[in-house]
Design a protein around this ligand. Structure first.
Ligand code: TYC
Length: 110
């Protein structure tokens, strides 16, 4: 229930209870392996869309190539969604079947 108090003018002001400020939920963007997308294209995408340096981009691409899936980055929902859309569009333009998904990070308590 909202708190109430009278001020000097005799009016009543309702004060909304303070909502606890929470950090936004974060999402992992997962990159999936396939047999057709070139290694160069994956590195290019990691560099241009995820702003990873050459070394990190190559490392993640190789991790996905060998393990089937890997994390391209961690973002808020909107940023994760827009990066996935950008990559899907780039991949379509190059006729690569590259696939990305997103999943929520575990909430930390506090
Ligand atoms: N497996 C691909 C190849 O050998 C390379 C690749 C890596 C594709 C990562 C997708 O997410 C990917 N050309």
């Amino acid at each position: 229930m909202a708190d109430r108090f009278d001020n000097d003018a005799g009016t009543i002001t309702e004060v909304k209870p303070q909502k606890k400020l929470k950090r936004p939920r974060l999402f992992r963007v997962l990159l999936h392996n396939d047999d057709y997308t070139t290694r160069e294209f994956v590195v290019h995408v990691l560099h241009t869309v995820f702003h990873l340096g050459e070394q990190a981009a190559i490392r993640i691409m190789l991790h996905v190539h060998h393990n089937g899936v890997g994390v391209a980055g961690v973002f808020t929902r909107e940023v994760a969604e827009s990066k996935i859309q950008r990559v899907e569009r780039l991949a379509q333009e190059h006729e690569f079947p590259l696939r990305l998904t997103m999943e929520p990070e575990e909430e930390e308590d506090e």
